[in-house]
Ligand binder design. Structure first.
Ligand code: HPA
Length: 279
């Protein structure tokens, strides 16, 4: 076993830094996925903290992912947004890439919105569709809760039945319907990447019950649930891996397709947050 890091100390050190630096703490956080960083345009920004300045924070490495924490008002709510997330394929451990979620909990965040770009296996999906994540399948080769469990952070064997908050899902559907926005439901398969799928892999993920596949989100959602943070997740379908129609995308195409759908996703997230008093 490798030398055990004292995660509690690290989390508390980082949380103390953020409280000191930012002052006002949010109850709601948003993680912005590939191509979806423009959601911050909808935030009336009060404070920006670049990841490099945050003690113990990993630094994002992938093109198109700027790394900074944004604090400000989204509609009528004070929120924080992570512009740029940490992926397993970049080489971080699962503990490292979920570290920001631990820090969110330590500064008082109660609800987390996660977004990502994903490839769609469901034959009814179209490029640009917004998918409410109703559940996930964890196919990462490591687990963020492996190793010592800190009971201060959560239980050894956390349940994952309502990993995606039913009330937030219901609210999203209601808002989409009222505004004539097409949203689809789906199960997100989380894989390590960085390769996109072969046709046989897309077929396999569809057969095991997945509707879309991507390289993020699952670790953060596991950690959020472990530590008692309510989660809402949304995927933008940026390419299609359905039987007989594999429309393979480059990273640039994924970013472009996500950016196109971003304003609608941002509208939905903002409305959900604004319609619950306590968020
Ligand atoms: N596969 C995995 N990750 C992705 C995809 C995909 O097809 N599209 C966007 N992220």
């Amino acid at each position: 076993m490798t030398q055990e890091i004292n995660w509690l100390e690290r989390i508390n050190e980082t949380a103390a830094f953020i409280k000191e630096r930012v002052g006002k703490m949010p109850k709601t956080a948003i993680i912005l996925g590939t191509g979806l960083g423009n959601l911050v345009e909808h935030i009336d920004i009060e404070t920006i903290v670049p990841y490099e300045e945050i003690p113990n924070f990993p630094v994002s490495t992938v093109e198109g992912h700027s790394g900074r924490l944004i604090f400000g008002n989204l509609g009528n709510k004070y929120v924080m947004a992570m512009q740029g997330r940490f992926h397993y394929y970049e080489g971080y451990t699962m503990k490292e890439n979920t570290f920001p979620v631990r820090v969110m909990k330590a500064i008082g965040v109660k609800t987390l919105f996660v977004s990502n770009a994903a490839g769609g296996m469901n034959p009814n999906f179209k490029i640009g569709d917004l998918m409410i994540i109703t559940d996930h399948i964890n196919l990462f080769p490591d687990h963020p809760l492996r190793g010592k469990n800190y009971s201060e952070l959560g239980p050894r064997f956390p349940g994952m039945v309502d990993a995606y908050s039913p009330r937030l899902i219901a609210k999203c559907r209601e808002i989409a319907k009222a505004n004539d926005i097409r949203v689809v439901d789906g199960v997100y398969v989380g894989t390590q990447g960085p390769t996109f799928e072969t046709p046989a892999e897309y077929r396999y993920f569809w057969r095991i019950g997945g509707d879309a596949v991507g390289m993020s989100t699952v670790p953060e959602v596991i950690v959020a649930n472990h530590t008692g943070i309510e989660v809402f997740g949304m995927s933008v379908i940026t390419d299609i891996g359905a039987e007989g129609v594999v429309e393979e995308a480059s990273h640039e195409e994924v970013q472009k397709a996500a950016a196109k759908a971003e304003p609608i996703m941002s509208f939905l997230i903002k409305e959900i947050i604004n319609q619950f008093e306590e968020l």
